[in-house]
Design a protein around this ligand. Structure first.
Ligand code: F6P
Length: 360
């Protein structure tokens, strides 16, 4: 009997999803033979598992997708916190997912996703399903892995954005504040900020002080730099906000008519220093397009490792990279934990050593 392997992609997409799917599929066909494995593509993440939207794939379906951005299976956000809640449609989601798994006669389920996806993967694993998680996200914030696929592609794109901002900022003698995705973590901003030569990097792990940011911009001007580039993480907050709980912070911002730290920082720079300032929000562009060479290699390694785990019937694990070795963590050990940038990270020190300000 052929093994039946279900694969879904859940949460925000990123470059490298298809490369990972391809890695899993090719390694499975190699290991088990074309008649020894059947791969079932599940549409739109957990939503497809709930609604039994599944398709038997053929080896040809995995050809030519290495370089494709997005995901051939489609994706959706089905929040973990709602997984055990019965909503208006009256569907018991966990029960429905288990039923699909049984109906499709799956031997295992591979879930490609970020923190939320891993939490649901762990839930399904505790419900008795054979689950393997694969770490996807441009945010690089999954606990237990040094790197996630999609992250370095996004770093490359964000770096290109910062490079381009340099030339226009320089021509106009302006301050440019670029907002970079990353959810609550600063990895993407830190890496692209350093790679792009940003002058000031603002990340959630280091709450900022607006006066210090303005001073850093003024200091550059005094030294003769007519422009400044600030890389600001979308999740950044200031020292006062750091004392508040997340909900309270959001409420205060809404009351003040402010949405993002980026806009607030740009406004304050213009008001306090008089320098003409602009905001750039590349947003979802950071998640689009083809994976970088690094991510194609990483995705292939991760995909092959998942196939190795299937071969060993080793389930309830999330694939990970530790000290340059591809390995796995127990899902229950990593689900629900976020990997933030440690404030003593060597990269933070490196940045400070070359004069980058973190606005604190
Ligand atoms: O987790 C990936 C990510 O791109 C975050 O960096 C960002 O905060 C979020 O997803 C955006 O979500 P959505 O695509 O649902 O707007």
């Amino acid at each position: 009997m052929a093994r039946r392997v279900g694969i879904l992609t859940s949460g925000g997409d990123c470059p490298g999803l298809n490369a990972t799917i391809r890695g899993v599929a090719k390694a499975c066909y190699q290991k088990f033979g074309k008649d020894g494995v059947e791969i079932i593509g599940i549409q739109d993440g957990y939503s497809g598992l709930i609604n039994n939207q599944c398709k038997l794939m053929s080896p040809a379906d995995f050809s030519g997708i290495l370089t494709q951005g997005g995901t051939i299976f489609g994706t959706k956000r089905t929040p973990y916190k709602m997984m055990q809640v019965i909503e208006e449609d009256n569907i018991n989601k966990v029960k429905a997912m288990k039923q699909t798994y049984k109906k499709q006669k799956l031997d295992c389920l591979l879930t490609l996703g970020g923190n939320g996806t891993h939490k649901t993967a762990n839930l399904l694993s505790s419900e008795g399903l054979n689950v393997i998680g694969l770490p996807k996200t441009i945010d690089n914030d999954i606990w237990g892995t040094d790197v996630t696929f999609g992250f370095h592609s996004a770093v490359d794109i964000a770096t290109d954005v910062i490079d381009r901002l340099h030339t226009t900022a320089n021509s106009h003698g302006r301050t440019l504040v670029v907002e970079i995705m990353g959810n609550k973590a600063g990895w993407l901003t830190l890496y692209s900020g350093i790679a792009g030569g940003a002058d000031i990097i603002v990340i959630p792990e280091i709450p900022f002080n607006i006066n210090k940011i303005c001073k850093a911009v003024e200091k550059r001007a005094k030294r003769g730099s007519a422009f400044s580039i600030l890389a600001v993480a979308e999740g950044a907050f200031d020292e006062d906000e750091a004392k508040l709980k997340k909900k309270e912070r959001a409420r205060k911002r809404a009351e003040a008519g402010e949405t993002t730290a980026t806009n607030r920082i740009a406004k304050a720079i213009e008001q306090n220093t008089g320098f003409e300032t602009r905001v750039c929000v590349p947003g979802h562009m950071l998640r689009g397009g083809s994976p970088s060479a690094y991510d194609r290699v990483l995705a292939t390694k991760f995909g092959c490792h998942a196939a190795n785990l299937i071969e060993q019937d080793k389930y309830g694990y999330a694939v990970a990279m530790k000290n340059n070795i591809v390995t796995e963590n127990r899902l229950e050990d990593v689900a629900g934990k976020t990997k933030f940038v440690p404030v003593d990270d060597q990269l933070i020190k490196t940045a400070r050593d070359i004069g980058i300000s973190f606005g604190n």
